[in-house]
Design a protein around this ligand. Structure first.
Ligand code: GRF
Length: 207
């Protein structure tokens, strides 16, 4: 990824409470971070993440799958809207939809997602619950470059947390999210400032 533009422009897609988004917004307040959130998009209304964006004065948009005649049309509309904000990097931060071919055709290699499990274990929507059910002793979060699979893309960073004996899904997910936010902020910042390459699935910082 080129780092010629400073700060790098981030478009963040969200579906929920937006704590990862907030961590990015807070980091971007420091010019030395090297990135700025230029827009926040969602697949649903009435979520705290959109309120967080609005409170920070960041433009928002909502594209619901149900507003479109097909999933492909939804994907096309999301891609068009994201493109209008000219992002250098797209960050899926708790965005609970898979982007499609059109989106990936335009933003592959510069879209990252964060998953609350240690890939390649426990892909999909229920990472913390699946880790708990399996009985693993550590889990964590994975930042990856999005490809056409479900949480399968090249790994940028991972962070590990313990699973405690008395954890339930919520307590485990909250512990993961604390580590996940720090990982996201640190590594999106490095991607923005240093650039990165992907060779044979290996993501390395530096142009
Ligand atoms: C994160 O753990 C993300 O990995 C998962 O959902 C959570 C979103 O949290 N897919 P938030 O909306 O950023 O608070």
């Amino acid at each position: 990824m080129s780092t010629s533009r400073n700060p790098q422009r981030l478009v963040v897609l969200v579906s929920g409470s937006g704590t990862n988004l907030q961590a990015l917004i807070d980091a971007c307040a420091d010019p030395a971070y090297g990135a700025v959130v230029v827009a926040v998009g969602a697949d649903r209304d009435d979520i705290l993440a959109l309120e967080r964006a609005e409170a920070a004065g960041i433009p928002t948009f909502v594209k619901k799958v149900g507003q479109f005649t097909s999933r492909d049309n939804w994907d096309h509309a999301v891609a068009d809207t994201v493109a209008a904000f000219e992002p250098d990097l797209v960050v899926l931060a708790g965005f609970m939809k898979l982007v499609g071919e059109d989106f990936l055709g335009r933003f592959a290699g510069r879209t990252v997602n964060t998953h609350p499990a240690l890939s390649p274990s426990f892909p999909g929507m229920h990472g913390p619950a699946d880790a708990l059910t399996y009985g693993v002793k550590v889990t964590g979060a994975t930042l990856f470059v999005v490809d056409g699979g479900v949480d399968t893309g090249p790994i940028v960073a991972q962070t590990v947390v313990p699973v405690e004996d008395d954890d339930d899904i919520d307590s485990l997910h909250e512990r993961i999210k604390v580590a996940e936010r720090a990982m996201l902020v640190e590594n999106v910042g490095r991607m923005a400032r240093e650039g990165f390459t992907i060779t044979d699935r290996k993501v390395r910082f530096g142009a």
